[in-house]
Design a protein around this ligand. Structure first.
Ligand code: GYE
Length: 357
């Protein structure tokens, strides 16, 4: 009797052990545990992107998405502000409530950020600014900024035009430019507009008008259409991004005019910025866009390096400027010198593949 009882107790114990063992080691449970540790240890980044107006912007968003992945140890909360600062401010407030580890902000315009960035600072959340700048009274409201020197881009594009027209003996007073600007108040607009305005003044070019084009193809086409009706002597259009340039080319060709470099013989020369859109790069190869000042959108890895530095207790520089060059149709102008620094000019011979690193 006693032996039988012992036997059954042993059976029950063995079965229990098997259940416990299976319960512990089942692959599902193991996965779950792993998942939990990933999310526990992941660095949470709230990214307020300003919108999706251009190819540059899409490449920029993609760079952030491809960098801040779970495999890399991050959880990215991506918010599209749809060109409205109010939406971006709302997104930042939500990130604060969610207690994210870092806030990354690509601001639509420069001003109006003091209050919300103070709120982030009070919550102890570091803020990294990418692409355009913020204009705040207290620079300690953000840890650092990474992006391009937009005024330098504008000066480079203008200096390319200066050299090109000098080489072809085109007198400055015969150069009649319209400027299709970006989103007014955005650093990329402010810097590029200033670069051209200053060069026009010092070189003696006629800057006929500067009009906002919102960095979009549709607006670029619309404003170019009305500029062509207003002025019959435009021979250079300076577009503050490639999408506007594509729109401007549509408008010029629809009006029965030609884009090209014979600007003293009725053609209109197109100059632009970015170098991301492949159709625009094809136009450079074909000569419809004569020159693009490069603007690099791949900020994801740069922001990651900054976050890693902060994680290790390091102190990043306040401003990180990205090095950029120029894309041109031919090598009439071999390089562009601004403030004594020489910038390379790349002749576009093949289109496709990666332009940026
Ligand atoms: O050049 C334009 C985009 O701020 C650098 O914004 C960015 C600019 C870029 O829409 O295409």
């Amino acid at each position: 009797m006693m032996a039988r009882k012992k036997f059954w107790v042993a059976v029950v114990v063995i079965i229990l052990c098997i259940f416990i063992f299976l319960g512990r080691e089942s692959p599902q449970t193991a996965d779950k545990e792993e998942e939990e540790t990933v999310t526990e240890e992941s660095i949470v980044v709230g990214f307020s992107q300003l919108g999706a107006e251009s190819d540059w912007r899409s490449a920029n968003s993609e760079s952030m998405r491809a960098t801040f992945t779970e495999e890399n140890g991050y959880k990215l909360i991506f918010e599209d502000g749809q060109q409205k600062q109010a939406n971006q401010i709302m997104a930042i407030r939500t990130f604060i409530q969610q207690e994210v580890d870092y806030i990354v902000l690509a601001p639509v315009t420069e001003t109006g950020w003091d209050t919300v960035l103070q709120e982030a600072k009070d919550a102890g959340i570091p803020v990294i600014i990418v692409d355009r700048m913020v204009n705040v009274s207290d620079e300690s409201l953000f840890v650092c900024w990474v992006g391009s020197d937009f005024e330098l881009e504008g000066r480079r594009a203008a200096e390319w035009l200066n050299q090109y027209t000098q080489i072809h003996d085109i007198p400055p007073e015969e150069i009649n430019i319209v400027n299709i600007q970006g989103t007014i108040g955005a650093s990329a607009q402010i810097g590029r507009t200033k670069g051209l305005a200053d060069a026009s003044r010092s070189n003696g070019w006629n800057l006929l008008e500067a009009v906002p084009g919102d960095f979009t193809r549709a607006k670029g086409r619309e404003v170019m259409e009305s500029l062509l009706k207003k002025y019959n002597n435009i021979n250079v259009v300076y577009c503050e991004n490639d999408n506007e340039a594509l729109g401007a080319i549509d408008a010029i060709e629809t009006a029965g005019k030609r884009v090209g470099s014979h600007i003293t013989h009725g053609e209109i020369m197109v100059i632009s910025f970015d170098g991301v859109n492949q159709e625009a790069m094809q136009h450079v190869k074909d000569g419809k866009i004569r020159c693009i000042a490069e603007c690099n959108p791949l900020h994801g890895p740069r922001v990651r390096t900054i976050i890693e530095m902060l994680e290790e207790g390091g102190v990043p520089d306040k401003f990180y400027y990205v090095e950029e060059g120029m894309y041109t149709h031919d090598d009439t102008v071999k390089s562009v010198t601004v403030d004594g620094k020489v910038y390379p000019v790349t002749v576009v011979r093949h289109v496709g593949g990666e332009n940026f690193h």
